[in-house]
Ligand binder design. Structure first.
Ligand code: IMP
Ligand code: MG
Length: 186
């Protein structure tokens, strides 16, 4: 097996740290405006990928209004192709009659968000809105309305800022393209 931490896996930088910060500031403003005086909003953050984004986003928002819960929704299982088989592990969160905001870091095929939103709707929230940091420029397998979008990104497999390849590179402070030609099998 090749050396795992081969630096050549980190390709071209697609979104810089500065761009990330600017975009999050703008999104925080949009979300605050959109919810107005609403209180006790339930934010559901999809792990692991959206954790970093949600942390930075809520740092800029009046967090007292939001209950923040994290759920596990995994569609990649270590590869670079979404297989759409979402494994939703939902703790005991009361959703009925709540304003719910679902947060993911990237809208790719749409399978994950669609699945999560459908499952949450069964529990009769008062409203359900969606927020993603990145919208990948790709034909969606499941279209879903996204209420808050940070920015569009090209149809490439990305790493950094929460996005992983085989649970690596999430911690990069910027978003880069994965250099697929240097990927390893394990
Ligand atoms: P979807 O179900 O195809 O929309 O994919 C959503 C999930 O797949 C995201 O929450 C990410 O965790 C993961 N994902 C999608 N695109 C990428 C990528 O380019 N790099 C790393 N993870 C990705
Ligand atoms: Mg994810």
């Amino acid at each position: 097996m090749p050396e795992i931490d081969t630096p050549e896996l980190v390709g071209e930088v697609i979104v810089s740290e500065e761009k990330i910060a600017e975009c999050i500031e703008a999104m925080a403003g949009q979300i605050e405006t959109s919810y107005g005086n609403a209180d006790n909003i339930l934010a559901i953050v999809l792990l692991e990928g959206a954790r970093q984004f949600a942390n930075d986003l809520f740092e800029k928002i009046d967090t007292g209004k939001f209950e923040i819960q994290y759920i596990s929704a995994n569609s990649y299982y270590g590869g670079t192709q979404s297989i759409g088989n979402v494994n939703l592990q939902q703790p005991e969160i009361s959703i009925k009659n709540r304003d719910v905001l679902v947060i993911d870091e990237i809208y790719d095929t749409g399978l994950t968000l669609k699945n999560v939103v459908e499952k949450l709707k069964e529990q009769q929230p008062k409203s359900i809105r969606t927020c993603v940091f990145l919208d990948k420029d790709v034909e969606k397998q499941q279209k879903i309305e996204i209420d808050f979008v940070g920015m569009k990104v090209p149809n490439k497999f990305l790493i950094g800022y929460g996005l992983d390849y085989k649970e690596r590179y999430r911690e990069l402070p910027y978003i880069a393209e994965l250099n697929q030609s240097a990927t390893f099998t394990s």
